[in-house]
Design a protein around this ligand. Structure first.
Ligand SMILES: Nc1ncnc2c1ncn2[C@@H]1O[C@H](COP(=O)(O)OP(=O)(O)OP(=O)(O)O)[C@@H](O)[C@H]1O
Ligand SMILES: [Mg+2]
Length: 232
């Protein structure tokens, strides 16, 4: 198993204002799988993703990624883990405003000993003609693709996406999902995709539904449909 999560708990605040955000989450995800985490607003999806991404800590429980326990790592080793293993696509892009598209992607290239080819990635993501533009000159969908390129240039083993289609219209959202599908097939990247959009479930290998910090349903799709064929 590539990801093994055992009974993780996380709360914020203390005493009477304490909120139990994750309340005993356990699950496993195979290497190379695309997995969706679904749940209503406030159910703990981003908290779970941030914990798996080493950006937040657990109160208890265990997380093994590629056979390595990450909950007990020192800050330095945790930052190595993020650099060496992860790509993160945030909901609000986080592009560097005074760098061009190509430069935004290239800053992350140097973090990896075996990066992908920047021109290949620009081409796959439909950004070749936009490579010399600045983020402010791009549409939302183009910015989202640029932030995906930035996460992918390192050729990460694990790609974490928080609402990658949340801010996009349905046509652009589908294009984004087709890209994730192509990347998964081409590079075997394991993907965890947080979303509100139930329709995305049909194209992934595994679906995890959470509510109030607990898993309420898990299933694997025996037959997936392509991103192209999704309907919503
Ligand atoms: N740093 C924090 N301090 C206190 N409470 C927090 C913090 N981060 C998240 N929470 C609370 O934890 C709960 C889960 O938040 P989280 O962001 O994980 O939800 P979500 O499922 O991603 O929601 P959305 O779909 O709206 O993005 C919410 O009730 C939120 O208010
Ligand atoms: Mg969230």
């Amino acid at each position: 198993m590539f990801i093994e999560i055992q009974n993780i708990k996380k709360s914020y605040g203390e005493g009477r204002s304490c909120v139990q955000v994750l309340d005993g989450i356990s699950t496993q995800i195979e290497r190379g799988a695309m997995c969706v985490i679904l749940g209503p607003s406030g159910s703990g999806k981003s908290t779970l993703l941030n914990i798996i991404g080493g950006l937040d800590t657990v109160d208890s429980g265990s997380i093994r990624i590629d056979s390595r326990e990450i909950t007990s790592l020192s800050p330095e080793i945790l930052s190595d883990y993020r650099r060496d293993t992860l790509g993160f696509v945030f909901q609000f892009y986080n592009l560097i405003p005074n760098l061009t598209v190509k430069e935004n992607i290239e800053v992350c290239r140097y973090l990896s000993p075996s990066p992908l080819d920047v021109y290949e990635l620009l081409e796959i993501l439909g950004l070749t003609e936009h490579q010399d533009k600045f983020p402010a000159q791009l549409s939302g969908g183009q910015q989202q693709r640029c932030s995906l390129a930035r996460a992918l240039i390192k050729n990460p083993k694990l790609l974490l996406c928080d609402e990658p289609t949340g801010a996009l219209d349905s046509k652009t959202a589908k294009d984004m999902l087709k890209l994730l599908e192509e990347i998964n097939e081409r590079y075997g990247t394991t993907m965890l995709i947080v979303t509100h959009n139930d329709a995305i479930s049909a194209m992934v290998h595994k679906v995890i539904k959470i509510r109030d910090g607990q898993i309420v349903e898990v299933y694997e799709n025996e037959k997936r449909i392509s991103a192209e064929a999704l309907e919503w």
